[in-house]
Ligand binder design. Structure first.
Ligand code: CP
Length: 315
């Protein structure tokens, strides 16, 4: 497997299969390290990681912060409400301020697609995209494929897997990053949802586009449900929440018709009773909390590969 050469992690689209596999393999090393009581790595000792979150987050922000601490870094977290963004300071000027303070890594979540790339071109620090508008959320897709592989077994060939992603695809950065990750690994992907939220154009990404959830879920090995991203929609894309739930919600009746070992995934936050019935979010087939847990190991892997010491996880 080749060595990591990139300064930044901006998209899954730009990665090749070897790079994705390298992150997964490194993530497994860190997951093993985390299972040992009190074990930490010194990979980022003496380095400064800044979490710059200009959009809300619970999972991504917390796990990047924990990941950086577990790697021995100094960590600072900034959000839009309590920073000089509120006074009109630009993203570029904020980045230059962080550079003047010798930030080695900037983890950026922003509502504008391309914001992490914009900053990556202007700063010496390693930039990590923690979600940019409806564009990409690369570490979410990496922890998702890590979780699929962990649950179904490393020996299971990606070519034999059918992953159905259901819901608001149009506004979902998680869907885009997962489509890139899953298709590069070789999985078969179906995107399903209302015609307004799953345009035919997506088939150009090498996936199947469908609008009848019942007809595609029978053959699914993995069903990934997505939240309706109201914060990015300026109008309504379906007649009512009730109609959406009846056509695209994963309920017990639909679950009973799925393959017995089907994985139920959701990046969170969940709208219980809308895209997923509450009891299914908590059932043994659900990977919702595995995904959260694996986010820590995968984000440690990403930070380490981008700029860590050579051999950090050895006991
Ligand atoms: N999945 C995800 O990105 O969740 P947060 O918005 O809580 O970080």
């Amino acid at each position: 497997m080749s060595a990591w050469t990139r300064k930044d992690l901006l998209t899954i689209r730009e990665l090749d299969r070897n790079e994705i596999e390298l992150i997964l393999q490194t993530g497994r090393t860190f997951k093993e390290l985390l299972s040992r009581p009190g074990r930490k790595s010194n990979s980022l000792e003496g380095r400064t990681v800044v979490n710059l979150f200009v959009e809300p987050s619970t999972r991504t922000r917390t796990s990047f912060e924990l990941a950086a601490r577990r790697l021995g870094a100094d960590v600072v977290s900034i959000d839009s409400e309590s920073s000089s963004f509120r006074k009109g300071e630009t993203l570029k000027d904020t980045g230059l301020v962080l550079q003047a303070m010798h930030a080695d890594f900037v983890i950026l979540r922003h509502s504008a697609a391309g914001a992490p790339g914009f900053l990556a071109e202007r700063l010496k620090a390693h930039l990590v995209n923690a979600g940019d508008g409806a564009h990409e959320h690369p570490t979410q897709a990496l922890l998702d494929v890590f979780t699929i592989q962990e649950r179904l077994g490393e020996k299971r060939d990606w070519k034999d897997l059918h992953v159905v992603i259901c819901g608001d695809i149009l506004f979902s950065r998680v869907a885009r990053s997962n489509v890139w990750a899953l298709t590069k690994l070789g999985a078969r992907v179906t995107l399903v949802g209302p015609t307004t939220l799953v345009p035919e154009l997506f088939s150009e990404l090498g996936v199947t586009v469908a609008h009848d959830f019942d007809s595609v879920l029978l053959d699914a090995d993995v069903i990934m449900l997505l939240r309706i991203q109201h914060e990015r929609q300026r109008r309504s894309f379906f007649p009512s929440v009730g109609e959406y739930v009846s056509l695209f919600g994963l309920n017990l009746d639909r679950f009973k018709r799925c393959k017995p070992g089907v994985l139920i995934m959701h990046p969170g936050p969940i709208n219980r009773g809308v895209e997923i019935a509450s009891e299914l979010a908590d059932c043994p087939n659900s990977t919702v909390l595995d995904q959260v847990q694996n986010g820590l190991a995968v984000r440690m892997a990403v930070l380490h590969l981008l700029g860590g010491r050579e051999n950090p996880a050895s006991p």
